[in-house]
Design a protein around this ligand. Structure first.
Ligand code: EPZ
Length: 425
């Protein structure tokens, strides 16, 4: 297995381009199943997860052309050849479950493996299934598979989510666009990726209003057409590099990053003493590494609150603060697995249930560490950039799920970071 070796202590200086958002791209890929014309995605991130979705779509009969040089993915679902997403495919990547809604809406039935839990929590899909039932689908769960049918088509419905779910909001949208009549989604998630999905669906001929607010209204249409859509920039990738620059020190321009997508993070970074400025080309992050950071308390929340997907990386930064920071994780029940790994570098973190107390230290010392999930692994990279000596991050495949060209982007800014291939490791 590949590993990443970081020799810490170099500040970051330069420009880092921000690519398309993984968590938007995956749902936009599923949208290709909704119509018989080609859907072309521009600014497509080349990641293990998006490649995996391509394989799943191909197994369902979608014709795929991916021009990596131009970051363009063309998906053409002229015919749906299969409506089954097997266990092996959904187990490897939860977002595969998102093909259920579009298949149900277009073909009237689908059989998709239940995704099951994952390292960060149980992650049920009950809200997704209740939304489809409200739209008239019959759902049975048999031998680990969701078998869904709406042979006379889905009907619009009023659905109020009991709590905010990004996945359930998006999945309900992906089905409701082809339902008969009107759908209202109340207490919807407001993440920028949801507005991006709505923009793409509307360009395909759907009638979605209110995406980005907590009430989304959808007027069903009988068919959709192809379109070309640029994937929104990845706010989590941008936030991650912002935190890397803040932790290691330096001056970095994140080109394409949008301040309005990162308000809660920017507040925390400024409170920690980092300079963050919105410029025409993106966000500029500056920090003088000779000055200690200040501690900050924060808790994760649905957008526009602080994103759970940046919690681990922010914890890595706060390990260096001059004082105690408190972090509360309210989205996932088991998302502090990076804490014991950061402790290997000398961080002082006490976890009690969903709260972590980070007592800053003035230095960390490199060590071998193990990645447990995507965002946790990149928090170890961030800590390694600012630690003394070498940090070796094992199980790099987690990073490859969500960060395209990580070593290249960081080393172009002066970081000493290399990937050792399995045979060298
Ligand atoms: C999306 O997951 C993202 N994944 C996650 O990013 C992100 O952390 C999360 O949203 C929150 O922002 C993708 O977009 C592919 P939720 P999702 O439904 O949609 C519970 C990353 O690192 N819940 O908003 O699965 C759930 O267990 C990943 O890129 C139910 O109980 O998140 C969680 O506690 C990790 N029943 C909470 O709701 C349901 O039916 C919020 O989850 C659905 C969710």
């Amino acid at each position: 297995m590949d590993r990443i070796v970081i020799s810490g202590g170099s500040p970051l200086n330069g420009i880092i381009p921000i690519y398309g958002a993984k968590n938007s791209a995956l749902k936009l890929q599923a949208a290709a199943l909704l119509c018989g014309d080609p859907l072309i995605l521009e600014n497509m991130p080349d990641l293990a997860d998006t490649r995996f979705m391509v394989q799943l779509l191909a197994s369902l009969g979608v014709e795929i052309t991916w021009i990596k040089e131009t970051r363009t993915l063309r998906m053409h679902a002229a015919e749906i050849a299969s409506t089954i997403a097997p266990y092996d495919q959904v187990r490897k990547m939860r977002a595969s479950f998102n093909v259920l809604g579009p298949l149900l809406a277009r073909v009237g039935h689908a059989t998709v493996s239940l995704p099951g839990g994952c390292a960060i929590g149980a992650r049920p899909v009950d809200l997704h299934l209740k939304a489809f039932e409200a739209m008239g689908a019959d759902i049975v769960i048999e031998q680990g598979y969701v078998k869904a049918a709406a042979l006379r088509g889905l009907r619009g419905a009023e659905i109020e989510f009991p709590f905010v779910s990004v996945g359930a909001t998006e999945h309900a949208m992906l089905a409701a666009v082809l339902a008969q009549g009107d759908t209202v989604l109340k207490n919807s998630a407001r993440e920028p990726e949801i507005a991006d999905l709505a923009d793409c669906l509307n360009a395909m001929g759907a009638r979605v209003e209110g995406a980005g607010t907590s009430e989304i209204r959808i007027k069903g249409v009988t068919s959709l057409k192809g379109t070309k859509h640029p994937v929104v920039g990845d706010r989590i990738e941008a936030g991650t590099y912002a935190l890397a620059a803040a932790t290691a020190g330096g001056d970095v321009l994140l080109s394409g990053a949008r301040a309005e997508h990162l308000g809660a993070l920017i507040d925390v970074m400024k409170a920690a003493g980092v300079e963050v400025r919105a410029e025409d080309r993106g966000l500029r992050i500056k920090r003088d590494a000779s000055k200690r950071l200040k501690p900050v308390d924060f808790e994760t929340e649905p957008f526009p609150g602080f994103p759970t997907d940046l919690q681990a990386q922010t914890m890595a930064m706060l390990c260096f603060a001059d004082g105690q920071s408190r972090i509360r994780e309210t989205i996932f029940e088991n998302r502090f697995m990076h804490a014991p790994e950061l402790a290997r570098l000398g961080a002082q973190i006490a976890v009690h249930g969903n709260e972590a107390v980070v007592t800053g230290v003035d230095r960390l010392i490199g060590a071998p560490v193990m990645a447990t999930d995507l965002r946790a692994s990149v928090s170890l990279v961030i800590a390694g950039l600012a630690a003394e000596g070498d940090t070796i991050v094992n199980r790099v495949y987690h990073l490859d799920r969500g960060f395209e060209g990580l070593e290249g982007k960081l080393s172009a800014c002066g970081a000493r970071i290399v990937r050792e291939k399995e045979e060298q490791a």
